[in-house]
Ligand binder design. Structure first.
Ligand code: ADP
Ligand code: MG
Length: 234
């Protein structure tokens, strides 16, 4: 089953096109990595998929139920109730955002999950008492509390030391082994290669190529993909 499907997504800011005719999908149990240079539209794609930005045009479905549809070249969003249902399908782990003490039941559930990420003694800690890596683990725990069908990550390790990065990547790898469906924007190419079922390479607001890591990363077809990977490897 396709947990997420996007077709012909277009998005611009102040007349400048940022996403051009983006079509992608995520099957249940898949890990899909999105790679590409800075400014290529990766975060905007994630933000459109998670309703933090509105699409200008295109179709979007969660769990094979259409949420946003294109009509007369414009994206049409549904009622609040339908949006709420769609939002319950996913969690977004943003770069370092931390546990607020909001709902008590969420906090209780968080204890179990903090155990999973190796931080059960930190349930009562305040964000400023946690290191960057611990904060990121809490952010993952927080996202898991909602029991989402899909987890989205936007460069989860970009602000972290190499050692701490390794720890976070290990947790994500474990989630992948447990068949958690994930969409990961990352610059960690080796990691993307190791955990992804499919890789999407974006450049200039376009999906240049997508496919198995053994194709996109090891045998890229397009010059732009080759140039990007070459830059990362030196
Ligand atoms: P990436 O995540 O691949 O680095 P982004 O999606 O953040 O790329 O940005 C793609 C382009 O969209 C960039 O040119 C960026 O400046 C522009 N952009 C992103 N968000 C906004 C915004 N809120 N307002 C105006 N321009 C934006
Ligand atoms: Mg980004």
């Amino acid at each position: 089953m396709k947990l997420l499907e996007i077709n012909h997504l277009n998005k611009g800011f102040d007349g400048k096109t940022v996403l051009k005719d983006i079509s992608m999908y995520v099957e249940k149990g898949e890990v899909v990595s999105i790679i590409g240079p800075s400014g290529s539209g990766k975060s905007t794609l994630l933000r459109c998929a998670t309703f933090l930005e509105t699409m200008d045009d295109g179709d979007l479905s969660y769990c094979e139920k259409q949420v946003v549809r294109s009509a007369d070249g414009k994206a049409v969003y549904p009622s609040k109730a339908e949006m709420k249902e769609a939002k319950s399908k996913f969690s977004l782990v943003s770069p370092i955002h931390v546990m607020k003490r909001d709902k008590e039941e969420v906090f209780q559930e968080a204890h179990k999950i903090l155990e999973k990420v190796g931080l059960s003694d930190k349930l009562n800690a305040y964000p400023f008492e946690l290191s960057g890596g611990q904060q990121q683990r809490v952010a993952i725990a927080r996202a898991l509390v909602m029991n989402p069908e899909i987890l989205f990550f936007d460069e989860p390790t970009s602000a972290l030391d190499p050692e701490i990065t390794a720890g976070i990547l290990r947790i994500m790898k474990e989630l992948a082994e447990e068949k958690m469906t994930m969409v990961i924007v990352t610059h960690e190419i080796d990691f993307a290669k190791a955990v992804s079922d499919r890789v999407i390479f974006m450049d200039g607001g376009l999906i240049v190529e997508q496919g198995k890591p053994s194709d996109v990363i090891d045998n890229p077809k397009h010059e732009r993909t080759k140039a990007f990977l070459k830059k990362l490897s030196v």
